[in-house]
Design a protein around this ligand. Structure first.
Ligand code: 2PG
Ligand code: MN
Ligand code: MN
Length: 642
């Protein structure tokens, strides 16, 4: 069982029951309003960012940020031409912590947890990490902080953390109800079925097909199967005549091989809907790391494979049912293909024709609530102008919605079932409004984490004059095959940024413990942790050289537990006697370290905020920059000792 799954499953009944009784007269024939067509596929590598020179792994292309002016009162910009409310972003000097001479580095070790299981399956524990070990030994400058569950806005403390909610909390200093919880509330209250998004898709109920595309599992990171079932029942009971599901198999947030179970569960629900007169079937699918769910434009071909299967009904494999598809594509015991990497498939009828292509006037729902891996498919559906790949056919008059709006800057998609979390007054806004220059860097797989998620799911620069975001292109392979990933390149670029003297804040994310941890390959994950430890050492030395300060932390656990366990924590073995790998994140807390030659000896971690979590990092960051923390933020974790 994946971490957090028990409670997720126990919620299933509630959400299913939330499907309201049949309503009549909701369907209308009018075509949906066409969303404004932004120029898709012509954008820079990263969605929504102003064009930049191609990433080179060097900082040479950095703009010249202006020197840091004295903080002054500033007024929040809003879309409203006549703002009724202003927001004061003024930062006041901290009464006792002086501003640093050098910069402050905030370094995120993605997926690096402090797990209570300290055995051979904890890659963080087993790895040789002299740098982190030394940091742990410094009194009053190391603690752990919460990174999962309600501490990051998830429905329950059985929910493991993830990069979206983790970086939202780190960047905004606040805890907001996240997508998973907002969808639960919308289903339970029935509000989902009253919203504009639902009205739009219901136009297709009497005459066209309603398609649901998304990740089929109970992981609770991108989607939840029980929420899909609630939507399916809600559609059928409100008059949808024909429903088709396009499923991405998981094996990343839940144990590998569990896709078969989720397909069976979905088939049961679809049989129930057929029993009530709705023609409901699975139409296509594929593994989440091969089909549809690319992110940050790492590999548009994944999205093309999804488009071909879901929309056009074309895939390398056809089957007459989804369970056979999944079982067959996983292959024989001695050469298993993981759920994450299943090839695209299409379900066909006896005559060999696809059972559910997407046609003009159909409704399409992307049922994932999480943004990063839905943005590209949203563009493929929504944008008239689109160059990322040849769509061959772009269905007309689609009633297209996301579970949420995935990108608040791009307003993408235009229509959605549940309003997304509002994450306001993020730390980046305070920084730019006070003239503080920032450099943010990661490789493609985590680039949007330290920019888009950090800034509250906004895809552009907050102020391009004061910020430089550098993306190092990720490899396009399974990351256990190259566990160093781009850590060395990220380190080199960040060192250059630190030494340049242009930036007061340096934000870095190392992807390795997370991305390699997701492969379930213990040896590669240990290696990835060791690589990151060596890179952190280099960065700390450079920060010390310029009398700077640093925070080293993480966004959630992953590498810290690489085996599935029973309730007592005992590792589970497969039929072959080998340990069952754990590919998901963990519920572990994450480390939080402060230090640096430029940090006065008296600055220490407080001992009166034992429950602190990721959202307490932002206030701490402002203190380490020599400012009082914004009053709306969760409290700081540091103080100047008397
Ligand atoms: O890869 C992803 O999409 C998730 C796991 O589903 O990981 P992270 O939250 O670390 O990005
Ligand atoms: Mn992460
Ligand atoms: Mn992850």
């Amino acid at each position: 069982m994946g971490k957090g799954m028990g409670a997720v499953l126990s919620r299933k009944k509630k959400a299913d029951d939330a499907a309201a009784p049949p309503a009549t007269g909701e369907a209308a024939d009018s075509a949906p309003a066409a969303p404004a067509p932004p120029a898709a596929g012509t954008e820079p590598t990263t969605p929504g960012l102003p064009a930049q020179p191609a990433p080179s792994g060097e900082c040479a292309a950095a703009p010249e940020p202006v020197a840091e002016p004295a903080p002054e009162a500033v007024v929040a910009k809003t879309d409203d031409p006549e703002p009724k409310m202003t927001f004061d972003y003024t930062l006041k000097p901290h009464p006792t912590i002086p501003a640093p001479e050098g910069p402050l580095m905030v370094c995120i070790l993605d997926g690096f947890g402090e797990n209570e299981f300290k055995d051979g399956f904890n890659a963080v524990h087993v790895a040789n990490t002299p740098t982190i070990d030394a940091l742990r030994a410094v009194p009053k400058r190391f603690r752990t902080i919460k990174a999962h569950g309600t501490a990051v806005g998830l429905p329950s403390d059985a929910d493991m953390g993830n990069s979206e909610v983790g970086h939202n909390a780190l960047g905004s200093g606040q805890v907001v109800d996240q997508g998973a919880r907002l969808v639960d509330i919308a289903l339970e209250s029935g509000k989902m079925f009253e919203g504009d998004g639902w009205k739009l898709i219901s136009q297709a109920f009497p005459t066209n097909t309603v398609h649901f595309i998304g990740l089929l599992s109970d992981g609770g990171v991108h989607s939840r199967a029980d929420q899909l079932f609630g939507c399916l029942r809600g559609a059928a009971s409100r008059g949808a005549k024909r429903i088709r599901c396009h499923i991405l198999t998981d094996g990343r947030d839940v144990p590998d091989g569990s896709s078969v179970k989720y397909v069976e569960q979905l088939e049961e629900v679809l049989a129930e809907l057929r029993g009530s007169g709705c023609d409901a079937k699975i139409a296509s699918g594929g593994g989440r790391m091969k089909v549809t769910m690319d992110r940050y434009e790492a590999d548009w071909m994944m999205v093309k494979r999804g488009w071909d299967a879901h929309v056009l009904g074309k895939a390398p494999h056809t089957f007459t049912d989804a369970k056979t598809a999944v079982v067959t594509l996983r292959g024989p015991e001695d050469a298993i293909v993981s759920d994450q990497y299943l090839d695209a498939f299409v379900i066909v009828d006896e005559a060999g024709a696809p059972v559910g292509t997407i046609e003009d006037g159909d409704a399409v729902v992307l049922f994932n609530f999480r943004a990063d891996r839905m943005v590209e498919m949203s563009k493929a559906f929504e944008y008239e102008e689109f160059k990322a790949f040849d769509r061959e056919r772009h269905p007309k008059g689609l009633r297209f919605v996301g579970m949420m709006q995935y990108d608040g800057d791009l307003k993408l998609p235009a229509n959605y079932l549940v309003p997304p979390p509002e994450i306001l007054h993020v730390s980046g806004e305070y920084l730019v409004k006070n003239g503080i220059a920032t450099f943010a860097c990661s490789e493609t797989q985590k680039f949007g984490h330290v920019t888009f998620f950090w800034n509250g799911n906004r895809s552009g620069y907050l102020d391009a004059k004061l910020e430089q975001y550098l993306e190092i292109p990720s490899d396009k392979i399974e990351f256990n095959k190259a566990p160093d990933m781009k850590a060395r390149e990220i380190t080199a670029a960040s060192k250059e940024a630190i030494l340049s003297g242009k930036y007061k804040v340096i934000r870095v994310n190392f992807a390795n413990p997370d991305m390699v941890g997701h492969t379930g390959d213990l040896a590669a994950t240990i290696r990835s942790v060791e690589t990151v430890d060596a890179c952190v050492k280099e960065l700390l030395e450079i920060v010390d050289q310029v009398n700077g300060r640093w925070i080293v932390t993480s966004d959630h656990g992953n590498a810290d537990d690489m085996v599935q366990r029973d309730k007592k924590g005992k590792p589970l073995l497969g039929e072959d006697g080998k340990p069952l790998p754990l590919t998901s994140h963990t519920l572990a807390a994450v480390p939080f370290f402060i230090g640096g030659r430029g940090l006065p000896d008296g600055v220490v971690l407080r001992d009166d905020v034992p429950d602190a979590g990721l959202a307490n990092v932002a206030a701490t960051t402002f203190n380490l920059l020599g400012y009082d923390a914004p009053a709306i933020y969760k409290s700081t974790m540091v103080e100047m000792a008397a």
